[in-house]
Design a protein. Structure first.
Length: 536
């Protein structure tokens, strides 16, 4: 038996310096407040994660609901069988029945992993689990052994590790390895870690827990240190990082995929011999897709994928960058896909050319969503001279979001306003073939449009956030509106966001409002269908 863990990631990638990138956007990221993705939206994101080249996709928590189970199963069945596909992972509590259900969802993937977790901190054990240390140890052994009966790729996480007494955590980790865990993930569940302290913890675990396993980090961002802690973990010997696109995740989120990957790429001197197989040119698109489907905007100054990440405002900076990009940029925008490629499509392009272009962009859209997206493209081509990939992605993502749900569709919108007279709006929406119409006055045309939608749909809610930006530059740019709503009545307590794009800001707002209403309705239905009320 070895006395120290010296394994890096040989068994996972065959290369001792290979850093396993474990993406949990579809599981931890989906736990962000207000995010609710359905199976088809998750599939779309999983396809893009495969293009990014992550090693693992944590696709969900199958026992949490039928919806989660079906989404994991669909991803395992499809993306999980594509050539060179990432392995698909599902999260599970230690209960044997949960582990079995998790495997049921995963089993069709070419490569599948079960991720078993249990809380180990005094706070969680006392207030949530109501278990003793002996019981947690027994649960760990039972859950991991059961998972090993299904697959030889088993990850174990002691939840709230950074607030767990060290000796107890080491005991639990040793038990997990003895029961067959091949990856030990150390979650900084509440974002309590400080980089040098977290790095020291990883190093200590490597020394004190013998066996053949890969050590992994899972850092939350409550103190804004998730990426720093993750990198400290890698420097200390961790060879798997758990990350989310755009840093999504519970509360302040998780370490951002794009930040961790680019830090490794730009500073190899700090991580000798360590590398990932991520195709960084796909990062910006992954960021945009996730932002659109979740309704979570990306902050302008977000590292790597924010729209200002490569913008230079001061004259001195502009002068420097024009003379030589390296004066003020350490990342080449093209290397992360942050350069707006222009599409050679115009108002005379046909459906076939449109669909062909989508295919080349890696967007697989069919049926009604394709028809709708094509109509929106034609409208756009009438109004806008230059159409970029970002524009196409925006309309396609919006149409996909609409198509997947038996939701309300915007049929028409008429508004009047200005400095004289009361702003008014009339909308027609449809749902499952029924047309619903309403008209209203408001404080402005946007307010009037949203009030009309509220009347037509009958879904009660309160507006808690509204932002408008543009997809690209120029006066004919697509307006990109994000609306946040808090449900009332039957949807009370649910917070959602919705996104809409159009060259007309009032129309974009109406689309965003309706997308948010559809989300409210969907979450309400999903909550009603939820079998077990649990969450990691
Ligand atoms: O933050 C956390 O502890 C988790 C675990 C389930 C790994 O997400
Ligand atoms: Zn987490």
């Amino acid at each position: 038996m070895t006395t120290e863990n010296s394994r890096t990631a040989e068994t996972a990638g065959g290369d001792p310096g290979h850093l396993v990138v474990f993406d949990t956007t579809l599981r931890d990221g989906e736990q962000s407040p207000g995010i609710s993705l359905d199976a088809a939206e998750k599939l779309e994101i999983a396809e893009q994660l495969a293009r990014v080249g992550v090693d693992y996709i944590e696709a969900g928590f199958p026992v949490a609901s039928l919806g989660d189970f079906e989404a994991v199963q669909a991803i395992a069945r499809t993306v999980g069988n594509e050539p060179g596909a990432p392995a698909i992972c599902g999260l599970s509590r230690t209960h044997v029945a949960d582990v079995d259900r998790c495997w049921e969802a995963l089993r069709e993937a070419a490569r599948a992993r079960i991720h078993v977790f249990i809380s180990t901190s005094p706070q969680h054990m006392e207030h949530m689990l109501k278990m003793t240390q002996a019981q947690v140890l027994a649960e760990t052994r039972a859950g991991v052994s059961r998972a090993r009966e299904h697959t030889d790729d088993v990850e174990f996480s002691p939840q709230d590790a950074t607030r767990t007494p060290l000796e107890f955590m080491l005991e639990v980790l040793r038990a997990a390895v003895e029961a067959g865990a091949t990856t030990l993930n150390i979650p900084d569940t509440v974002g309590y870690g400080i980089p040098w302290d977290f790095g020291a913890l990883i190093q200590h675990i490597r020394k004190q827990v013998p066996g053949d396993y890969v050590l992994s980090t899972h850092c939350h961002n409550d103190l804004g240190l998730a990426t720093a802690n993750t990198l400290a973990g890698v420097q200390a010997g961790a060879r798997q990082v758990e990350v989310c696109v755009n840093g999504l995740g519970e509360r302040a989120g998780n370490a951002a995929l794009e930040e961790v990957v680019m830090a490794l790429r730009i500073r190899p001197d700090q991580f000798p011999g360590v590398s990932t197989t991520v195709r960084t040119e796909e990062l910006a698109r992954a960021s945009r897709l996730v932002s659109r489907l979740t309704g979570y905007p990306v902050q302008y100054n977000k590292a790597v994928v924010g729209r200002n990440a490569f913008a230079h405002e001061s004259g001195i900076h502009q002068h420097g960058v024009l003379a030589d990009r390296s004066t003020y940029e350490i990342i080449d925008a093209a290397s992360v896909g942050q350069v707006g490629r222009q599409i050679v499509l115009g108002k005379h392009s046909g459906r076939h050319a449109f669909s062909d272009t989508l295919g080349k962009m890696g967007l697989h859209v069919q049926g009604d969503a394709l028809n709708q997206a094509f109509l929106r493209f034609k409208e756009l081509a009438d109004r806008k001279v230059e159409i970029t990939e970002a524009d196409i992605e925006a309309i396609v993502a919006e149409e996909l979001g609409q198509d997947l749900v038996e939701g309300f569709q915007l049929e028409s919108l008429e508004v009047s306003g200005g400095t004289v007279g009361m702003p008014r709006a009339r909308v027609v929406v449809s749902r499952a073939g029924d047309k619903l119409e309403a008209a209203s006055e408001g404080n402005g045309m946007i307010d009037a449009a949203c009030r009309s939608i509220r009347q037509a749909t009958g879904v009660e809610s309160r507006l808690i956030g509204f932002t408008v930006s543009s997809v690209t530059g120029g006066v004919d740019a697509l307006g990109d509106v994000v609306v946040q709503l808090e449900g009332e009545g039957r949807t009370a307590g649910i917070k959602v966001s919705g996104r809409g794009v159009s060259t007309d800001v009032v129309e974009a707002s109406a689309r965003a409002y309706l997308a948010a209403v559809n989300r409210l309705v969907r979450i309400r239905a999903r909550n009603e269908e939820r079998q077990v009320e649990i969450g990691p």
